[in-house]
Design a protein. Structure first.
Length: 149
């Protein structure tokens, strides 16, 4: 159970998930797995992802309540050495991530993710988008998470 105030709503993520990402520009589908679990006695939510495609990075993300108490901050780290911060929300089965300002790495483009829980919480259908100016968004890739039974 979460120890940090505000993390209770993220219990829906807990578990092991199979992941499939579709990259339209590359005409490529990548598969992998993600595990969401509590870290440090529920003080944080951690997401560990492995992808079976050499060009795609493995990653670890740590989610904490945001400093202002409105939503969450996702701290992202990947096997390329990339470190980023995303503003995160999770409301009524809608998961969003947004990065529109430089943080630990430069910001050559903005990013946003929107994922919707479906099938009683056992599927998350999402889409990553990128924007060179924060106004005109283009699809980067679609991703589907399916909870393992």
């Amino acid at each position: 159970m979460p120890a940090a105030a505000g993390l209770e709503s993220l219990t829906a993520f807990i578990g092991e998930w199979d992941v499939e990402a579709e990259f339209p520009v590359l005409a490529l589908t990548a598969r992998g797995q993600t595990v969401f679990e509590w870290l440090l006695d529920g003080s944080f939510l951690v997401q560990r992802s492995e992808v079976e495609l050499p060009e795609a990075p493995d990653s670890t993300s740590i989610v904490s309540p945001s400093a202002d108490g409105d939503g969450f901050t996702q701290h992202y780290f990947d096997s390329r050495g990339v470190v980023r911060l995303y503003a995160m929300r999770f409301d009524d089965g809608l998961w969003t991530l947004l990065r529109t300002a430089p943080d630990f790495s430069p910001l050559p483009f903005s990013q946003r993710f929107t994922g919707t829980f479906a099938d009683g919480g056992d599927t998350i259908r999402g889409r990553w988008e990128a924007s060179p100016d924060g106004a005109a968004w283009e699809r980067d890739f679609d991703i589907t998470y399916r909870r393992r039974r």
